[in-house]
Write a protein that binds this ligand. Structure first.
Ligand SMILES: [Zn+2]
Length: 274
């Protein structure tokens, strides 16, 4: 039977079978995986220990399906069939859960790496030991820093039987996506949807509904997905980020967007299957 809570966050290991611990080790932002034929797997503690690897910033993430998970930084590949792989490439061959855990691992490691010194007094920071919360605490002035994430909205806007897709100047020729943008400090998600859509395409929307969310570790974001309906206005792109935007019918969409593990793909496919 599938567990109700599959991932249990914890600063300490939750299970006793330490040799099974999954080790998410990164070189900068590339994950070390073991290559087994066509598959990439996460090394476990037992496999790695014989190489006596030098690991920095080792942290317990918690446990997934009863197996402790750790993250850390490793400078060199260990001997054997291992390689470093970026998470975008890794995401193409794995389950959504595996992607989320590797994302958690990189997010936690980045947070620990980026908070080695106190932003107030410059002294050494360490992981807080007491309590269940994960915070870096200053060894001199007790300033604490909790993990931070940058929320961004992503929205599928429909007008009758059509979906709004936009071409960003960074995209390859002929490729489109739904609209997205970072939430400003002190802004609600709904206000952000209205503002981003209006700034980028000049149209107004209503019936904004929550769709789902996805942590996005490139480098540290949380995508909050919405659907919305066209209210009024003519498309007028900002020509800054967005250079083209159009209403597409279901028949016109295949081949015009990049399929990936992202919530962007999920939202487009939600429309296609509507
Ligand atoms: Zn301090």
């Amino acid at each position: 039977m599938e567990r109700y809570i599959k991932f249990e966050p914890s600063k300490q290991p939750l299970y006793d079978e330490y040799n099974k611990d999954h080790m998410y080790l990164f070189n900068e932002d590339r994950l070390m995986v073991e290559v087994k034929g066509e598959e990439y797997t996460i090394p476990n503690r037992e496999d790695l220990e014989r190489f006596k690897p030098h690991i920095n910033y080792l942290q317990c993430l918690g446990a997934y399906n009863g197996i402790n998970c750790y993250c850390g930084e490793i400078e060199e590949l260990v001997a054997g069939n291992y390689k470093f792989i970026d998470l975008r490439t890794y995401s193409k061959n794995i389950s959504h859960d595996d992607f989320l855990i590797s994302a958690k691992a990189l997010l936690l490691l980045d947070y620990v790496r980026a908070n080695q010194r106190c932003g107030i007094c410059g002294s050494k920071m360490i992981m807080k030991v007491s309590g269940n919360d994960r915070a870096m605490i200053c060894t001199s002035c007790d300033h604490m820093v909790w993990p931070k994430t940058a929320p961004a909205i992503i929205v599928a806007i429909t007008k009758e039987d059509k979906l709004l897709l936009a071409h960003n100047k960074m995209f390859p020729e002929g490729m489109y996506s739904i609209l997205a943008g970072f939430v400003e400090m002190g802004e609600t998600f709904e206000d952000c949807v209205k503002r981003e859509v209006f700034e980028e395409t000049g149209i107004k929307v209503h019936n904004i509904k929550y769709f789902g969310s996805q942590p996005w570790p490139f480098p540290n974001s949380m995508m909050i997905g919405f659907t919305a309906e066209y209210l009024e206005g003519e498309i007028k792109v900002d020509n800054d980020e967005i250079v083209d935007a159009k209403w597409f019918s279901k028949e016109e969409i295949p081949g015009k967007y990049r399929k990936s593990i992202s919530i962007s793909t999920e939202l487009i496919e939600w429309f296609l299957n509507k």
